[in-house]
Design a protein around this ligand. Structure first.
Ligand code: HEC
Length: 701
């Protein structure tokens, strides 16, 4: 069914001299091609060969047999329940009627794309204890395909090459030198026979980098660090030596951050790889680079030569990041008519709330306008490309209500671009957070290190204030005109954190939502034309492909970490479940999902009596919001991935120190805190948890 691997290499060699257009007449689908540069550039409409479908990452399917007229005929073709229900964030890759998709714990599933039948499964057996290093749960955003291989990055930092036919391991390399708290959740990309992979961990304290490995052998070809290391060790290249001029203090002690945890795009004509770089570590710049500075290349888009990893240009969206404003959000390339001139642009809606259009040949700013409510900056100075910061945006003089917050005006959920409408379809959200310096900050190795006091996130006790805040929290699908830099239409969702988007030549946009609605919208007007119920939240972006001439739209469903936002009671009240599944739709599909089991949320048991005084509870609260909140939730209300500590049973309370200090549940992803807590600290947190449980219990009565 395939060309030999050798053929792939020949294509690569030929393409080194330039493969801008498609010269090879043979259709890859017809020939059952192994995948090379030519196949990805030509992007057969029936396949979905790379993360964003093409190297430009437009997520636009030229398939048009499902359109605005007949989308109401769409029905479920098949579904595949993924056994590890901790969220799905992957875009399926589809090659010749086979789908490759990842679930939690970096497990790869190969499915028959027409029937959903499982062909093989690869489980990298990530140690469960590695979960404690994952900022945002044990998710994975998908695989890459090249030659006859499938590539996956694992949570614990390996890059694995699998035989596409059998799922057997070709090679496996350690990309992080076994150094926690590095993790990998992003999808690899393959360019000219090199697999490119980044990593995560900037919230805990690492130094970001991106690496390229030979697709055949797994040999490291190059590595580009995104922030400078200790100057005493010398800099890896001139770009980093220059970047070091923009840092102060001893930033390397805690890594500096700048992980490339998600987005990349590639322009084969310019032969430039674009990478999106993340936030600073710790978040609070005063604790990282005490005398300020831009802190390059944090929150930047950097263009590299994919053959060597050599720096070409950068554009920094947030100089001196102090808010967790990553520029790792989805990067889309397009050629746009701007002022009568066809410009080669790069588009990004990073967390900071501004939609950027940048000249991708040299990194110069074309335009930047707010796409959601923004409080931290009044605009972007077009001459310098720098934000005009609001007074106290850096929370020097007390708390500052920051919009967007670290969850972003737009997070990892991919956007899409339709060359037909000229619009970008963007899952955006308004999520305010009061930022306040954590006066008691001490760096803790292997744990979250933000330098922000998260106690400000607790629900306001004044109902009027609570109502005011909840009104500000919104999520929407927005059609954005990148030339005019304005919103054309919006569909208001029930809440934030909705799915990535897919645009199609059928004049449609597909998107899932927080509350499990998977829907099709008219790409021009925003009218919702069709909706189905996934029974669980949908965060990932859909893909479209064809088998035997039949068009399918498939999406991976399941929240993962977002459960913390909703809370278990809300999830049950919406008739939703904590589960993961892949759903595929086609016209006339007649498959049906099983009836969801009846909701069985037990009433909250009566919590133990408080044993501590107010001072101890306050100390416990400070520690909880430093060390526990990211997994167990604001207001001690967890969404189901981790136990809701307000429901803690008496026998677990009895074993509290053994769990919190002794690491009794370490193999299940619950860290041991003995390196930073003493017994008094542990009991203070327990006192605060008991206090929160009693408050909630009283409310329920
Ligand atoms: C990295 C995420 C993470 C962090 C941070 C975290 N926990 Fe946990 N915790 C977990 C997970 C996962 C479990 C469930 C393990 C299992 O499957 O039983 C858990 C379980 C527990 C349990 C047992 C609950 C029960 O009913 O079985 C307690 C108690 C607990 N955590 C307390 C804490 C406290 C206190 C903190 C902060 C000092 C904290 N945790 C921080 C992930 C975390």
């Amino acid at each position: 069914m395939k060309y030999s691997r050798m053929y792939g290499l020949v294509v690569v060699a030929l393409c080194l001299t330039g493969c801008g257009s498609r010269e090879e007449p043979m259709s890859p689908a017809a020939a059952g091609a192994s995948i090379g540069h030519e196949e990805i550039v030509a992007a057969d409409p029936g396949d979905w060969l790379t993360h964003g479908r093409d190297y430009a990452e437009q997520r636009y399917s030229p398939l048009n047999s499902i359109d605005t007229e007949n989308v109401n005929e769409l029905g479920l073709a098949w579904y595949f329940d993924v056994p590890t229900a901790r969220g799905m964030e992957a875009t399926p890759i589809v090659v010749d009627g086979r789908m490759y998709v990842t679930g939690s714990w970096s497990i790869v599933y190969a499915l028959d794309a027409a029937t959903g039948e499982e062909l093989w499964r690869y489980d990298p057996e990530v140690p469960k204890s590695w979960a404690q290093y994952a900022c945002c749960d044990v998710v994975n955003r998908g695989v890459a395909a090249w030659g006859d291989s499938i590539f996956v990055g694992t949570l614990d930092g390996y890059l694995v090459s699998l035989d596409a036919a059998s799922g057997k391991v070709n090679w496996k390399v350690d990309t992080i030198n076994r150094q926690p708290p590095y993790t990998i959740t992003g999808a690899p990309r393959v360019i000219q026979g090199k697999v490119i992979i980044g990593n995560g961990g900037a919230d805990l304290g690492v130094r970001g980098y991106v690496s390229a490995y030979d697709t055949d052998t797994g040999a490291l070809a190059w590595r580009f660090h995104t922030v400078p290391g200790n100057p005493d060790n010398g800099f890896e290249n001139d770009a980093l030596a220059a970047a070091a001029e923009t840092w102060t203090g001893e930033w390397w002690q805690h890594g500096g951050g700048g992980t490339v945890w998600d987005s990349m795009a590639y322009d084969p004509e310019l032969d430039l790889l674009y990478i999106g770089i993340g936030n600073g570590s710790p978040w609070n710049q005063r604790l990282r680079s005490p005398r300020g500075g831009d802190n390059l290349f944090l929150s930047s888009i950097v263009a590299l030569k994919p053959a060597t990893g050599e720096y070409v240009w950068h554009y920094q969206t947030t100089p001196g990041d102090t808010w967790d404003f990553t520029a790792t959000q989805h990067i889309v390339l397009a050629d746009l008519d701007i002022g009568g001139e066809l410009r080669k642009v790069l588009m990004q809606a990073p967390k900071n709330g501004f939609f950027y259009v940048v000249d991708r040949t040299d990194g110069s700013l074309i335009s930047a306008e707010p796409y959601v409510a923004v409080t931290w900056a009044s605009g972007i100075d077009k001459a310098t490309g720098r934000p005009i910061e609001a007074p106290n945006a850096r929370y020097v003089d007390g708390a500052f209500l920051t919009m967007p917050s670290g969850l972003g005006g737009h997070n990892w959920h991919p956007m899409s671009f339709s060359p037909e409408t000229g619009l970008v379809y963007l899952p955006s959200q308004d999520l305010p957070a009061p930022y306040l310096e954590d006066a008691g900050f001490e760096f803790a190795d292997g744990f979250w290190n933000t330098g922000i006091d998260f106690r400000t996130l607790e629900s306001p006790t004044d109902p009027a204030v609570a109502a005011e805040v909840s009104k500000m929290v919104r999520g929407q699908l927005v059609a954005w005109d990148p030339v005019e830099q304005r919103e054309v239409w919006r569909y208001q969702h029930m809440g934030p954190w909705n799915g990535g988007t897919l645009a199609t030549a059928g004049g449609l946009v597909f998107q899932g939502s927080l509350v499990g609605e998977f829907a099709a919208f008219d790409a021009t007007t925003g009218t919702r034309l069709w909706v189905s119920n996934a029974q669980t939240g949908v965060a990932a972006a859909p893909a479209s492909y064809a088998v035997d001439g039949e068009q399918y739209v498939a999406v991976a469903a399941g929240w993962g970490t977002i459960f913390a936002l909703l809370g278990g009671e809300t999830i049950a009240s919406l008739g939703l479940e904590n589960r993961s599944r892949v759903l595929a739709f086609k016209r006339g599909g007649i498959a049906a999902l099983p009836e969801p089991p009846p909701s069985n949320t037990a009433p909250m048991p009566e919590p133990p009596e408080q044993f501590a005084n107010a001072e101890t509870i306050a100390h416990g609260k400070a520690l909880y919001y430093q060390r526990c909140v990211t997994c167990h939730g604001v207001d001690v209300a967890s969404g189901g991935i981790t136990p809701d500590l307000r429901y803690t049973r008496p026998e677990v309370h009895d074993a509290w120190d053994a769990i919190v200090l002794g690491g009794a549940l370490r193999d299940l992803g619950m860290p041991a805190f003995d390196s930073i807590f003493d017994a008094e600290d542990s009991q203070a947190v327990q006192a605060f948890v008991i206090e929160a449980a009693n408050r909630a219990y009283m409310r329920e009565r």
